[in-house]
Design a binder for this molecule. Structure first.
Ligand code: NAP
Length: 276
C-alpha cells in the first residue's frame, strides 16, 4: 500500500487521481486550497483518505501537509504536483501582475511543495509526478507565458530526476494534451490587454477556449489510468505525453529540433578554443 500526497484535488486530474488511488487501496493525502471542497470525497474512504489544506503559493502549508501525511500514514511514497492554471495572451499583451501569480502557482509552488516532501521521500524512495503540459513541450503564439511556466516545470523536473536518482526517487513529467477537466473553464485566464495587432495570429488562442471548453477529446479518467500504470512501472518514463495531441506536439518538436541541428551542425559545432 502506497501513500500519495496530491495538490489541487478539488477538481480535474487531482480529484480523479485521489479517487483512483484510494479505490485501489492506497492511502491518500488529498489537498486543496479550501479543504471543505474535498471533505466529502475523503470521508467516503474512511481513514484511507484525509483532506488537508494546501495552497501551493504558501510553502508552510506544504510543510504542514507533508507532516500530516507522516502523522496519519507514517510517511509518503508519491507526490503529485498537479495544481496549476493557464494564462493566454500574446507576450506583448501580458502584464506582470497576470503572469507572475501564474508562475507562483505552476512553477514556484511546485518547487516549494517538492522541497517540503523531499525529506520524507528521501527516507524511503518514491515517485514525484509533476504536471507539465503539451504546452511544456513546444511553445506557440498566444500561450507564451503558460509555455514558459511549463517549460520551467520540465527543467526543474529533469534536474530533480538526476539529483534524486541516488535516493531511489523517480520523477515522471506528465504532459497532457487537451483533457475535459475544468481547465479551460475556471483554470484558464486571459491577458486583460487585447491588442488588435495580434487578433489574426496569436489572438486565435483566445477563441480556442470558447470553442473547446467541454469539448476536449481527452478523457481524464483514461489519463489517470495511464498515470497509475506509469507510477507502478519498474522503469517509469521521465516524459509522459498524454493523448494523441500531446504525442503529435512532441513528435513535431523532435523533428523540428533534429532538422535544425542537422542543418546547422557543421557550422555551429566548431566553437571551442583551438587546441595546440
Ligand atoms: P482543473 O480541473 O481546473 O484543476 C486545477 C486544480 O488546481 C484545481 O483543483 C485548483 O484548486 C488547483 N489550484 C489552482 N491554484 C492552486 C493553488 N494556489 N494551490 C493549490 N491548488 C491550486 O484543471 P486540470 O486540468 O485538472 O489541471 C491540473 C493540471 O493539469 C494543471 O497543472 C494543468 O496545467 C495541467 N494540464 C491540464 C490540461 C487539460 O487539458 N486539462 C492539459 C495540460 C496540462 P482550487 O479549487 O483551489 O482552485
Amino acid at each position: 500500500m502506497k501513500t500519495w500526497l496530491i495538490t489541487g484535488c478539488s477538481s480535474g486530474f487531482g480529484q480523479r487521481l485521489a479517487i483512483a488511488a484510494a479505490d485501489r487501496g492506497d492511502q491518500v493525502v488529498a489537498t486543496a486550497r479550501d479543504p471543505r471542497s474535498i471533505e466529502d470525497m475523503a470521508a467516503a474512504y474512511g481513514g484511507r483518505m484525509i483532506a488537508l489544506p494546501l495552497d501551493v503559493t504558501d510553502a508552510a502549508s506544504a510543510v504542514s501537509a507533508v507532516a500530516g501525511a507522516e502523522a496519519s500514514f507514517g510517511g509518503l511514497d508519491i507526490l503529485v504536483n498537479n495544481a496549476g492554471y493557464g494564462l493566454y495572451g500574446a507576450i506583448e499583451e501580458g502584464a506582470s501582475d497576470e503572469y507572475r501569480p501564474m508562475f507562483d502557482v505552476n512553477v514556484f509552488g511546485l518547487i516549494e511543495t517538492a522541497k517540503a516532501a523531499l525529506p520524507a521521500l528521501r527516507s524511503r524512495g518514491g515517485t514525484i509526478v509533476n504536471f507539465s503540459s503539451g504546452a511544456g513541450i513546444a511553445g506557440g503564439g498566444g500561450s507564451g507565458y503558460y509555455n514558459a511556466a511549463k517549460f520551467a516545470v520540465e527543467g526543474v523536473s529533469e534536474a530533480l530526476a538526476d539529483e534524486l536518482q541516488p535516493f531511489g526517487i523517480r520523477v515522471i513529467i506528465v504532459e497532457p494534451g487537451p483533457f475535459r477537466t475544468e481547465f479551460l473553464g475556471r483554470s484558464t485566464t486571459m491577458a486583460a490587454r487585447q491588442m488588435p495587432e495580434y487578433a489574426a495570429s496569436s489572438g486565435k488562442r483566445r477563441r480556442y477556449r470558447e470553442t473547446n471548453d467541454g469539448n476536449q477529446a481527452g478523457d481524464p479518467d483514461k489519463a489517470v489510468a495511464v498515470i497509475l500504470q506509469a507510477v507502478d512501472a519498474e522503469e517509469p518514463p521521465l516524459h509522459l505525453p498524454l493523448g494523441p495531441v500531446a504525442y503529435a506536439i512532441a513528435e513535431r518538436k523532435l523533428r523540428a529540433f533534429k532538422a535544425d541541428m542537422d542543418a546547422w551542425r557543421d557550422i555551429a559545432i566548431h566553437t571551442d578554443f583551438d587546441r595546440a
